[in-house]
Design a protein around this ligand. Structure first.
Ligand code: AMP
Length: 214
């Protein structure tokens, strides 16, 4: 039997499908054009399961998937998995996890800002750890999307979000301030699968790794 591989739907999926294809793993139909979520591979008997990025570490942690591909941001937010290893940086899906605030705000102008700072984000754990490490008191306001609206609606003073080109921030009158982490897509492997599926996992990681370096 092949491996069960959990994949982050959306742009990471788009970018990792060609890498998987070069490793000989191709779904029988294009996940981008399908409403199906589980795909068999044409050869090798692998199974590709497409899901929200934040669910990928969960599937791999509990062994429902042997391998997962998702962004470092979702892995950091999940926290230290006790049952998976991060094995490879694929170098795709590059972006930054950053703080951002309205361009005209005291915070963006480097002036002393309100304490505790109100921070809207979906990266609640990473944000808490980041400000704790800086000794900065914050109130975290959890949101599930469209964080950039929060400061405009006076729900928060700033946000913590993914920034790629910066266009989304700019379009909403925000500026990026501090980089919390450089993000890219990673391959994680369930600890038990690492032992019981050693050969298949090693072959996959080696092929994807050769690709990432090249
Ligand atoms: P941008 O306008 O190019 O800075 O893109 C920012 C928006 O796109 C953010 O709201 C993110 O949610 C999303 N985004 C950009 N790059 C990535 C990535 N590599 N992984 C996940 N989300 C991303």
């Amino acid at each position: 039997m092949g491996l069960t591989i959990a994949l982050n739907r959306g742009r990471i999926l788009k970018e990792c499908l060609p890498l998987l294809a070069r490793a000989g793993i191709e779904p029988t139909e294009n996940p981008d054009d399908s409403r199906k979520l589980i795909f068999e591979s044409r050869s090798g008997g692998h199974r590709l399961v497409v899901m929200r990025g934040s669910d990928v570490p969960t599937y791999v942690e509990y062994g429902a998937a042997d391998v997962g591909i998702t962004g470092k941001d979702t892995i950091m937010e999940y926290g230290r998995g006790t049952h998976f290893y991060e094995r490879l940086d694929l170098g795709i899906g590059r972006c930054r996890l950053m703080t951002a605030a309205p361009a005209e705000s005291d915070l963006a102008r480097g002036l002393d800002a309100r304490r505790p700072l109100r921070v809207a984000t979906k990266f609640v754990n990473v944000t808490r750890q980041y400000f704790e490490s800086k000794g900065r008191q914050v109130t975290i306001i959890p949101l599930s999307g469209a964080m950039e609206i929060a400061p405009l609606m006076n729900l928060s003073d700033c946000i913590v979000d993914i920034v790629d080109t910066g266009n989304t921030l700019k379009a909403n009158g925000l500026v990026a301030l501090e980089t919390i982490a450089e993000i890219s897509s990673r391959v994680i492997v369930n600890r038990a699968a690492m032992k019981t599926r050693f050969a298949e996992v090693q072959a996959l990681v080696a092929t994807l790794g050769a690709d990432a370096d090249g």
